[in-house]
Each structure stands twice: as structure tokens, then as C-alpha cells.
Design a protein around this ligand. Structure first.
Ligand code: DOR
Ligand code: ZN
Length: 485
């Protein structure tokens, strides 16, 4: 089947595209992304700029694909007028709780949440029960996700055996099983000597190391950011330096080991300064930030009466830290936005703040939150797409993040004007733990395509129709308009 997505605003920073344009998909891949096509895409394919759809393995395109054939077999047209057409969003940091905690999330519910949020791919963390620290488990999860999740699920394997921080995991085997990176996310790797071996081993296997930077003695017992708000409330705090000293250590060790380092969920101003230093020095480091750290700070935790839905690790920091994150996102220091989607069961949050589990869900709110609060200032639409698609793909070495011909047809259709209210009870995720409940947002994914297949369509969202029918509808529409005029 071929799909012609017509009349939208094509935003693909990987090709410098931002303007009116059409997208043509065949055989699960992009075959054209560019200026609006005058006729049917099949006709355009006769030109030299476009590959033959048949050559891309599109069996259903038989009879079309090379000649002028507006109503060719299997051609569907999707009217994208008023929508942004962007590379499928990629979330490089989610927790799908499989295996072992499927009362919090399953591959099916997490996958549905991703699709509803406009994500076509996610990378899931290994802090499951048991942890994803051996090849069989990684392979099992990748296969199970391919069968059960609506979106692509890439597996991040454990950096150390049992996530215990003592013994590096078997990286070559993990990579062969499909792992795209290694991490002990949720737990720091406290011992510098172990970290060196992790970085050297991962570098030898060609895997990036994703670090949850937290010095455990400095953060011990902390429930929120150690600042004026925590002090006034008598809450146990975790200082920004607990994050920063580990980022400093890991930058130096990554340089020594020649490893690729990715800093997960940066939350503090000083962390971004260190990453800037590392980048200037030529250390291969990347960094992500979350929507909650960009939009909230410790004052919001107090304003919410220390509700456990405002508790996560790293914690919401000071207003100054939040402003520094925004600057770093705008000035290009930050490589990606990640949700750190961390679903928990109600009972893990139904307790006083210091005892509650760390974590908030994010897949279904990230895009709307950033569109509403950060676009067009300080982020242009193209920069947002870069942070949510090309950036994550580059960090993890994934095939998506672009609408370049030949790329997988992973596409997100965004209605930038659509107003909606965050209603956790309507989430596809099993997790309801969000600080954004009740927020009114503007902008939302209305359609999500993975490999050219629509895996999510918002009520009232665009429906692909056979090409012949659009022609008939357009003719009818023209007559109606003529009648009115
Ligand atoms: O808030 C968090 N939740 N931070 C982490 O590092 C782990 C995560 C989880 O797994 O719940
Ligand atoms: Zn995480």
C-alpha cells in the first residue's frame, strides 16, 4: 500500500525542511518528502527524484509506482491540511515495567501510551524484575515487545550484573541480542573503578553508556531537592551536587576510556555547565532533559502540598536550575527530550511524600506540554522536532528521526491548535502519576504511523481514504463551494 500525506506543514530538521509539503510512503518506507506534489504521487514517482516504490519492496504497489497513475492500486490519501507532519517522535528513556511489575505497565499499555503521545519508538530501561542483564532476557523482551507494543521498543540493557554496581554485564552478548545501550538507570554506579570497566567494556562493544548520575552518599535519604523549600518544610533533601559530582567523574572517565556517555535526566544548572565543558573538550557526551524538569521546580512541590505525584528522581530543582535547563535546551547544549516515563501503582504513591515511590508518567503529556509552554519560544517547531526525534535517534544509533527517502515510515501528525485537558483517568498507560493533571494544553498528536501503518488516531483525527474517493470528494466539494458562492 502507498500513502500520500498531503497538504501539511512538513517539519524535518534532518533535511532542513520546514514548510508546506507532501510525504509519500510505500512498502513501510518514506519514498518522498518535499514540496507539495502537483498530481498524484505515482505520477511524481516517474520523475528522477523518486525511487521506484516497487524497488522498495512494496508488493501492493504492483500496477502503480512507476507510471502516472493517480488512482493506482492501493493508493491512499491522507488530508493533512492544518497539521504538522514530522518524523516519528522517539522517547529515549521509558520504564515499561516488563518483566515483573506488569501491574504498573505492560508492553501493550506502554506502547499504546507512546503511540497516543505521538511516539513511534521508545527505549526501555532495564530496572525490571529481574533486571535486563543477560542476553536471553534482552532478546525475549525485544521479541515480546515486537508482538505486543504498537510502537518500536528498543531495549537498554543493564550496565552491571543485577544492577548491583559491582560487575560489568556481558556487553557483546547484550548487543548481539539487540540492546542499543547500557545503563543502571534508577541506580548510580557508585564505584569509580567499576565505572571505568563499564565504560571500557561498552566502548569495545560499541554501546553508549547512559548514566543516572547520583552520588549515593550525598543523596542518601533525600526525597526532594535540597534547597530553601525543603529546608523550610523540614523535608530530607538531595543536593544538586549529588548529580554534578558524578557527571564530572563520568566525563573524565569516559574521556579516559574513549566511551560514549549519555547523561540521563539532567536536572541541575551545574550539570549543564559540566556537559558544555565536556563537549568543548571533545568528549563524546550527550544529555537529555525531561518535560517535568523544564516546566516545574521545587516551589511547585510545596504549592502542591508535597503530593507524591511531584516526586521523582532526580528531583524538581530550584527555579534557577529550571531556567538554566531552558537556556541549555534553547542554545543547543541539550541533545534530546526524554520523558523518564515511570509508571507506578496508586498504592506506591498513596503515602506521605518521603515514603512515596520516585517517578512520574510522561508519554502522553510530553508533546502537548512542550508545544504549549515552550514553542515557539524558546523553541522553534524545528528545534522541538530535533529534540524529540533526530536527537534521540542519534544518541542511540536508531534508524528513525528523519523523513529522508529510504527511512522507515515512522511519522507523527500533530495538530498544533488542538486544545485538550490532561485527564489521567483517560491515559492508555496504567500509570496515573502525573503532576500535570487538569492542565489545559494546546497541541497534540492526532495520528501516529509506524512503518507506514497507523497505530494511533485521535478521535476526529485524519483518516486515510482511497485516492479515487478523495478525487470524488474534492469534485463534490468544489461543486458545493461553487454553489455557495
Ligand atoms: O523517578 C524515577 N523513577 N527515577 C528513576 O531513576 C527511576 C524511575 C523508576 O524506575 O521508577
Ligand atoms: Zn529512568
Amino acid at each position: 500500500m502507498r500513502l500520500w500525506i498531503r497538504g501539511g506543514r512538513l517539519i524535518d530538521p534532518s533535511q532542513g525542511l520546514d514548510g508546506p509539503g507532501d510525504l509519500v510512503i510505500a512498502g513501510g518506507r518514506i519514498v518522498y518528502a518535499g514540496p507539495p506534489l502537483p498530481g498524484a504521487p505515482a505520477a511524481a514517482q516517474a520523475g528522477s527524484r523518486l525511487p521506484d516504490a516497487g524497488a522498495l519492496g512494496d508488493g501492493a504497489a504492483a500496477g502503480g509506482g512507476t507510471g502516472p497513475n493517480p488512482a493506482g492500486a492501493g493508493l491512499q490519501v491522507l488530508d493533512a491540511r492544518g497539521l504538522w507532519v514530522v518524523p516519528g517522535l522517539i522517547d529515549p528513556h521509558v520504564h515499561l515495567r516488563t518483566p515483573g511489575e506488569t501491574h504498573k505497565e505492560t508492553l501493550a499499555t506502554g506502547g499504546a501510551a507512546a503511540a497516543a503521545g505521538g511516539f513511534t519508538a521508545v527505549a526501555c530501561m532495564p530496572n525490571t524484575r529481574p533486571p535486563l542483564d543477560d542476553a536471553i532476557r534482552v532478546e525475549w523482551l525485544a521479541m515480546k515487545a515486537a508482538a505486543e507494543a504498537a510502537v518500536r521498543v528498543y531495549v537498554v540493557a543493564a550496565a552491571t550484573r543485577g544492577l548491583a554496581g559491582d560487575e560489568p554485564a556481558p556487553y557483546a552478548a547484550l548487543k548481539a541480542a539487540g540492546a542499543v545501550a547500557v545503563s543502571d538507570d534508577g541506580r548510580p554506579i557508585a564505584r569509580a573503578g567499576v565505572m571505568v570497566r563499564v565504560l571500557e567494556g561498552a566502548a569495545a562493544a560499541g554501546l553508549p553508556v547512559l548514566v543516572h548520575a547520583e552520588e549515593p552518599e550525598l543523596s542518601a535519604g533525600g526525597a526532594m531537592h535540597a534547597g530553601a523549600v525543603a529546608a523550610a518544610a523540614g523535608m530530607p533533601g538531595s543536593p544538586a551536587t549529588a548529580e554534578a559530582v558524578m557527571v564530572a567523574r563520568d566525563l573524565l572517565l569516559a574521556e579516559q576510556a574513549g566511551a560514549r556517555l549519555h547523561v540521563l535526566h539532567a536536572s541541575a544548572a551545574v550539570t549543564l555547565d559540566l556537559v558544555r565543558w565536556g563537549k568543548a573538550r571533545g568528549i563524546p557526551v550527550t544529555v537529555e532533559v525531561t518535560p517535568h524538569h523544564l516546566l516545574l521546580c521545587d516551589e511547585d512541590v510545596a504549592a502542591a502540598g508535597f503530593h507524591p505525584h511531584w516526586k521523582m528522581n532526580p528531583p524538581l530543582r530550584s527555579r534557577r536550575d529550571r531556567e538554566a535547563l531552558l537556556e541549555a535546551v534553547a542554545d543547543g547544549t541539550v541533545d534530546a527530550v526524554a520523558t523518564d516515563h515511570a509508571p507506578h501503582h496508586g498504592m506506591d504513591k498513596d503515602c506521605p511524600f518521603p515514603e512515596a515511590a520516585f517517578g512520574v508518567v510522561g508519554l502522553e503529556t510530553a508533546l502537548g506540554l512542550l508545544l504549549t509552554h515552550l514553542v515557539p519560544r524558546p523553541l522553534s517547531p524545528a528545534r522541538l522536532v530535533e529534540l524529540m526525534a533526530a536527537g534521540p535517534a542519534r544518541i542511540l544509533g536508531l534508524p528513525g528521526g528523519t523523513l529522508r527517502p529510504g527511512a522507515p515510515a515512522d511519522v507523527t501528525l500533530i495538530d498544533p491548535q488542538r486544545r485538550w485537558v490532561v485527564e489521567p483517568e483517560r491515559f492508555a498507560s496504567l500509570g496515573r502519576n502525573t503532576p500535570f493533571a487538569g492542565w489545559t494544553l494546546r497541541g497534540r498528536a492526532v495520528g501516529t504511523l509506524v512503518g507506514g501503518r497507523m497505530v494511533f488516531r485521535l478521535d476526529g483525527g485524519p483518516v486515510p481514504v482511497p485516492a479515487g474517493e478523495t478525487a470524488a470528494q474534492e469534485a463534490a466539494g468544489t461543486q458545493e463551494t461553487a454553489g455557495i458562492v
